[in-house]
Design a protein around this ligand. Structure first.
Ligand code: HEC
Length: 97
């Protein structure tokens, strides 16, 4: 049983690292998240997998339609996970951006 869980863990890690999946997730982010607020609001977050799950649920409750949830979740965890480096702050001279 323990062995099966370890294998499952490897399988999950392999899926997360799949570049095609990450590309699909990025496209899904543009499609399903860019409508209301642009993607900068997602790209400046650093959340755990569980918190990305909750964030996706919340956005769906607020009206987002996600077609490829598996891919967007893997993309968010891989590129905007809580183990990723923090983004450089981007603030324009007048603070309006
Ligand atoms: C139907 C409109 C809508 C869509 C589509 C949408 N969001 Fe949001 N989102 C909002 C609103 C409204 C806020 C709050 C904005 C604010 O506080 O200025 C928000 C805020 C956020 C935040 C900031 C933290 C928070 O929870 O307030 C994140 C992260 C986020 N959205 C992620 C996403 C992701 C990822 C997607 C795509 C799956 C998405 N959003 C799609 C409406 C939407």
């Amino acid at each position: 049983m323990k062995r099966a869980l370890v294998l499952l863990g490897f399988a999950a890690a392999a899926a997360a690292a799949d570049p095609a999946m990450i590309e699909r997730g990025k496209a899904e982010e543009t499609r399903s998240c860019g409508g209301c607020h642009g993607v900068r609001i997602t790209r400046t977050q650093r959340l755990s997998r569980g918190n990305w799950e909750k964030e996706l649920d919340k956005m769906v409750r607020w009206g987002a339609t996600i077609k490829d949830r598996e891919a967007i979740l893997e993309y968010l965890v891989a590129t905007q996970g809580d183990d990723r480096p923090r983004p450089t702050p981007e603030i324009s001279a007048n603070g309006a951006r």
